[in-house]
Design a binder for this molecule. Sequence first.
Ligand SMILES: [Zn+2]
Length: 334
Amino acid sequence: MAPAAAVARSSSVKGAWRPTKIMNMEDLSRDDDFLSHLLVEKLGTGEVPLIVHKMDSSRKLPKADPYDLLQIVRRMISTAKEKSPTLAIRGAVDELLRLNSVKYYLTTLNYDQKQVNAFATHASRYFELYLPGGSIEIAHTSRYSHRTGKPELCILATRPLHPGMVITELKGSMADLTEEEDKELKRTDGRHADGVAIRRDFSVIHSKQMKKNHLFLGPARFVNHDCDHNVELFREGRYITFRVIKMIGVGEEVTAHYGDGYFGENNCHCLCATCEKNGRGGYGPQDLGDDPSESSSGSVQGAGSDVEESEAEEDTNDVNVNERSTRRGVQLRS
Ligand SMILES: [Zn+2]
C-alpha cells in the first residue's frame, strides 16, 4: 500500500489547473457523483434534503463537512461581487481542491493533471449555480413522487427570464461514449430492483450533428421535461446550456423537451404539468388500461434523450426510436 500511496500523492494536484474540454465517461460519472454530493446535496437546506440520482449509487464517497463547503461558496459570492465571477469561480475551485476529502478522492484515484483539470472544470459548473448574478436555483418538485417515491429536483427561475436569454450558469459537461460504454449504460442505467428505470434526469443525449451519444452530466441535467417547454438545449463547444424560448416568471420551473417519444409513443406516459392540465400523456384516459409497470418506467424521466440541439439544423424525423425506448426504460426489463 505504501508505495502506491506515495505514487498517488506525487501525482495529485499541485495547484494550478486548467479548464479542459476533454472528459471521459468513467471519470465524468465518478466526478459528477462526488461533486453533486458536495455541491448540491451538502449545501441543501430546509426539511427536504436535495438528493441527486447517482450514476453509481453504490460508490462510497469521502466525507466532507458541509460547513467548509458553505464557507467556500460564501467567499466565492463576495469575491464575485468585489472582483469578478471568473476569479470567484477559480478561487472556489482552488479551495475545493485543497479540502481533505477532495485531496483524498483525487489521490486515491491516482488522478493525473488532465483528470484533475476535468474534475476542476466540472466543479466550476456546480459553483456557477451559486453566483450572485444567477437567475435560477435548484429546488424540489413532488410532481413525480408518486412514481419515484421521493421528491425530485427541478430548476426554478429566480428572476424573469426572457426569450433569447442563455442561462449561462446552468451548464452540463459532455463526454464521448464509446460503443461499449453506450451499451453498458443502456444495460445498467437506472435499473431499479424490479427492473423499472427510475432515473428521471437526462444524462445521455444523442447528437445528430455528431451522430453519436454523449454522456451529459452536471447541474443542467436537473432541468425537467415539459411538453410545452420554455427552454431549448444550447450547445457551446463541449458544454451544454439552455436558451430561453418562452417568458419564464420568477418561481416558475425551467423545462426542456426531451424528445417526442421519450415517455412512450407520443409521450403517452408523460407526467408533465402541461399534460396534466390538458388531460393528456400519463393523465389521459388512454393511459389507464396500460401495464402499470410500463407506465411507471415510461413516465419517470429516464436517462437518454434525443434532444434537439439549437446549434445544429436538425431533422426531427431522423431519430432512433429503438434507442429512445430502450433508454426510456420501457424495454429495460429483460
Ligand atoms: Zn407532457
